[in-house]
Design a binder for this molecule. Structure first.
Ligand code: PMP
Length: 397
């Protein structure tokens, strides 16, 4: 045994309880497999490679090489505040914090609100990596059943009355994993319940610009009058996730605390990415880019819809998503979707089993998530056909 082998074989020293709660992410494991060229992947939430804007670092805002402000670059904060104001979320640039992806915003929110055993209310199903991040801090989850036009405001009221949560985490617009979008009435009703109880809302909104038809998109935060709020946004899905730039806006009572946590975490986000984005957002190219993206993704969504109608009727039920990146298939019988995934991967098709998206095992139903933005249209048809064969053999009627 070499010295290096001996070193590697040494047992792990005691770790924090927090760390021991961290499970590996299934999606990261699947993404490793899907990097093989021959695999048709419906698994990740990846933007299409060929649609990402070219990065030209020759014309940046200022000189981004030095350490910068924890709040983020001012031109970018101002551009974000202006966009939010346009959505009806009146907000000052001083309330905007640039984050290293919206995933960092999720993590900061976890740090801000969660002690061991703190109750957190969220949709069932919800975003896998938010569940994972909140679990690290010791959250106790309570899932609110999500239907096509949102959660039931009365169920929210009752859940809050039973046990007051540290916060409520929602993805009201083109949700991950379901693609569902809350109706206007539901948004207002949810806001009214939160205002009445004074419970903080964390609204995660990375898909809002990927809309393929008319859909209600006013942030629920915009309807709040009293409850504290944190609104999370991202440039990952609409520019390039490798930039790692997202943002949060927060009500004045929360903002200074989030800023301190950001400082303690990584000082500030990447200034080169921020400088590039600030320039990109200034020009008309950005709006053109968004329109192009929505056009191409709408076509891919329609291709997947046609393929699903051909191959999946009888096997699953789904709703045509009005935006975002995913179809959510509710399977028509019991199915071990993890076992089905292994079989599908053996024929070079990847998808996301539904189970990990449920914060609590008892709320699960057999489902899977299919991404339609990344695969080319011809591959979508081939992949869906093959997947239907695999699932047809796995679903118990
Ligand atoms: N929230 C949701 C709902 C997401 O789907 C994602 C990306 N999959 C994120 C946050 C994180 O995005 P990013 O960190 O790349 O901004």
């Amino acid at each position: 045994m070499t010295a290096m082998d001996a070193h590697n074989a040494a047992s792990t020293p005691p770790l924090s309880r927090r760390t021991e709660r961290v499970a590996g992410s299934l999606i990261r494991e699947i993404l490793k497999v899907t990097q093989r060229l021959e695999v048709i992947s419906f698994a990740g939430g990846l933007p299409a490679d060929d649609l990402m804007p070219k990065l030209d670092f020759a014309a940046l805002h200022g000189d981004p090489r030095q350490y910068g402000a924890s709040e983020g670059e001012q031109p970018l904060r101002e551009a974000v505040a202006a966009r939010l104001a346009g959505l009806g979320l009146a907000c000052d640039a001083e309330q905007v914090l640039i984050t290293s992806g919206s995933q960092q915003g999720i993590d900061l929110v976890g740090k801000l609100f969660i002690d061991e055993g703190s109750p957190v209310l969220l949709e069932a199903p919800s975003y896998l990596a938010a569940i994972q991040a909140f679990r690290v801090y010791g959250a106790e989850f309570h899932g609110l059943r999500l239907s096509e036009d949102g959660i039931d405001p009365e169920a929210l009221r009752q859940a809050i009355a039973r046990r007051r949560p540290a916060f409520v985490y929602l993805i009201p617009t083109f949700q991950n994993p379901t693609g569902y979008c809350y109706s206007e009435a539901n948004r207002r009703a949810v806001a009214a319940v939160l205002d009445e109880a004074g419970v903080p809302l964390v609204e995660d909104d990375p898909y809002r610009d990927l809309a393929y038809g008319p859909a209600e998109r006013t942030p629920i935060c915009a309807y709040l009058r009293r409850a504290p709020w944190v609104y999370l946004g991202s440039f990952s899905k609409i520019t390039a996730p490798g930039l790692r730039i997202g943002y949060l806006a927060a009500s004045p009572a929360l903002f200074p605390w989030l800023l301190r946590l950001k400082q303690a975490s990584d000082l500030h986000s990447n200034r080169i990415s921020q400088a590039w984005l600030a320039r990109f957002l200034e020009g008309e190219a950005f709006e053109r880019h968004l329109a192009n993206l929505a056009g191409v993704y709408a076509e891919r969504r329609d291709t997947m819809q046609a393929s699903l109608q051909r191959h999946f009727s009888g096997l699953a039920q789904w709703r045509l998503p009005d935006g975002g990146l995913f179809f959510w298939l509710r399977l028509s019988g019991e199915c071990d979707t993890l076992a089905a995934l292994q079989i599908a991967l053996a024929s070079n098709i990847a998808f996301m089993p539904g189970d990990p998206f449920f914060p609590l095992a008892e709320q699960r139903y057999p489902a899977l998530r299919l991404n339609f933005s990344h695969a080319a249209p011809a591959d979508i048809e081939r992949g869906v056909a093959r997947l239907a064969q695999v699932l047809g053999e796995c679903i118990e009627p």
